[in-house]
Design a protein around this ligand. Structure first.
Ligand code: ADP
Length: 242
């Protein structure tokens, strides 16, 4: 029994709401440790796809596998993927330390193990001096890093991020982007990142998936997408007109 390494195989996945296809036949191989961004305008199916990967939404058609084994019928709580969403919802009555260690205490891990692991996470997100504070005593960017540490604390095979910078102002977004990129490099966890912001996608991702009407318009590295957009839509969406 080996630990999951975090590669994902998405095979012909669709999601129907009634007769409306929100996600339409997605095929995608995501490498272990990759920073993959789902980029597209509002309504293109990014969040729906992410929710199916998380296990919060049933798949209408197709299959999703982790390291080659299907997880389509495995419930969200057993998939154990980390999640960071826009309204990161830290527990307001708990210290930073207890927020970060929450998932481990729920899993009844020994206190000494939790302490060591939380210390590692505090170091990872550079919040060693803030362990005993409450979330309300932190800046928006610091709260964001607590949410990230909390999601990474139980060493998930995959971290799902849905517009996590949406609530931050422009200057802070750039700062947090840099930190996020750095943290990704250091932990080596597979990140799947949803955004409609092309700058964010271009600056952080190993690969970008451009989505349109529930389908993949183009997949590539930021350089390839920027220099050789395959369609007018891709070019327009990346802020280039050619
Ligand atoms: P994105 O994340 O790219 O903005 P979504 O995945 O949220 O797009 O939505 C894709 C499409 O599916 C949209 O047209 C949206 O209105 C529709 N949709 C999403 N969730 C539901 C739902 N629960 N019921 C019906 N339609 C939905």
């Amino acid at each position: 029994d080996t630990a999951p390494t975090g590669s994902l195989q998405i095979r012909d996945v669709s999601k129907l709401f009634g007769s409306f296809k929100a996600v339409d036949g997605i095929n995608l191989e995501i490498q272990k440790g990759e920073f993959l961004t789902l980029l597209g305008p509002s309504g293109s199916g990014k969040t729906t796809l992410l929710m199916m990967i998380a296990g919060f939404l049933d798949i209408s058609h197709g299959d999703i596998a982790l390291d080659g084994s299907s997880i389509t019928n495995i419930p969200a709580e057993k998939r154990n993927f980390g999640m960071v969403f826009q309204g990161y919802a830290l527990f307001p009555h708990m210290s930073v330390r207890d927020n970060i260690g929450y998932a481990l205490s729920v899993r009844k891990r020994p206190a000494s193990e939790i302490r060591t692991r939380v210390d590692e996470m505090l170091e990872l997100v550079q919040l060693q001096d803030f362990a005993e504070r409450k979330p309300t005593q932190l800046s928006g960017g610091q709260q964001q890093r607590v949410a990230l540490a909390r999601a990474l604390c139980f060493a998930p095979p995959v971290l799902l991020l849905d517009e996590p910078l949406g609530a931050l102002d422009k200057k802070l977004r750039v700062e947090v982007q840099e930190q996020l990129k750095d943290i990704h490099k250091r932990v080596g966890t597979t990140f799947i990142y949803v955004t409609h912001d092309q700058e964010e996608a271009l600056s952080m991702s190993d690969r970008i998936v451009i989505m349109r009407d529930g389908a993949i318009e183009q997949v590539g590295t930021p350089t390839v997408l920027y220099e050789r957009p395959a369609t007018k839509f891709a070019a327009g969406f990346l802020g280039k007109s050619n």
